[in-house]
Design a binder for this molecule. Structure first.
Ligand code: F6R
Length: 259
């Protein structure tokens, strides 16, 4: 059963997400995290950086993996997820470089890089908390519709719609064609999953993931089977679920329900 928490807006969703990550690292300083890039988690990272600066929240013993990286981009390319993570999180807290892992999109042998990455996650003892965004087509990581639920870290072809949505990070009208992504099974094996969705343009995907049929056509729907998954939605992303969230919860500042 997926837990669903509906927050009034993006800022409060980000605050709750940051508090959950902070709580996990306080409980277990050596926790293993699997993290997203994109627009959605920016507020969460901003708050985690603040907590590090103001309260001394430490990430020094934690291990970090990223969900994905574009194929063909060197780690110093401005649109690479290496640079994104450095600028928004890893470079602003006390994360230990030796415990930060982002797939190498410029590896000469991408298949070998995927195997190495998957093995590194295993060797770290698996993932304690996986934080996800969601694509408008229901993708998680870069597992596009049709991604097998038993897939592992691998090279994938991005959907045309994803390449267009992500084009603004590049000087051309499309993001790269291919990427490395952590697989569906690897995500599913995380001991806890937290999916963030904000804004009306995520509402259909979030509703399909939570209430639709469990199907590889909507990758995030796999999470309905996860024993410890939470969706944090702001009110716009939750709008099609209105009937499913009780009146009292809708009125309260922070609603919470079970899908
Ligand atoms: C990126 C990732 C993607 C994004 C998704 C939503 O690392 O894993 O699945 O989470 O494309 O992106 P935004 O947050 O930019 O809407």
């Amino acid at each position: 059963m997926v837990r669903v928490r509906v927050l009034p807006d993006y800022e409060s969703m980000s605050a709750v997400a940051a508090e959950i990550v902070a709580e996990r690292v306080r409980e277990k300083p050596g926790a293993v995290f699997l993290l997203p890039t994109g627009t959605t988690p920016l507020g969460m990272y901003r708050r985690l950086v603040q907590m590090h600066r103001r309260e001394g929240l430490s990430f020094a013993q934690a291990t970090f993996f990223n969900l994905d990286e574009y194929l063909g981009l060197p780690p110093d390319h401005p649109a690479s997820y290496h640079v994104y993570m450095q600028e928004h999180f890893y470079g602003l807290v006390d994360a230990d470089r030796a415990r930060i892992h982002v797939p190498d999109g410029s590896a000469p042998d991408p298949e070998a890089e995927c195997e190495r990455y998957e093995a590194a996650i295993r060797e770290a003892g698996g993932v304690d908390l996986c934080v996800l965004g969601i694509g408008r087509n229901g993708h998680i990581g870069f597992n596009e519709p049709g991604a097998p639920f038993d897939s592992r870290t691998r090279v994938v072809r991005l959907a045309e719609s994803t390449r267009r949505v992500n084009a603004s990070d590049f000087e051309v009208d499309r993001a790269p064609e291919r990427a490395i992504t952590v697989g569906m099974a690897t995500i599913f094996e995380s001991r806890e999953v937290l999916l963030l969705a904000s804004g009306a343009n995520k509402a259909r995907a979030a509703a399909a993931a939570l209430r639709g049929e469990i199907s590889e056509a909507v990758p995030a729907s796999m999470l309905q089977r996860h024993p410890n998954a939470t969706f944090l939605l702001d009110r716009d992303a939750a709008s099609p679920l209105d009937g499913a969230v009780s009146e009292g919860e809708q009125r309260s500042n922070e609603g919470s329900t079970w899908a």
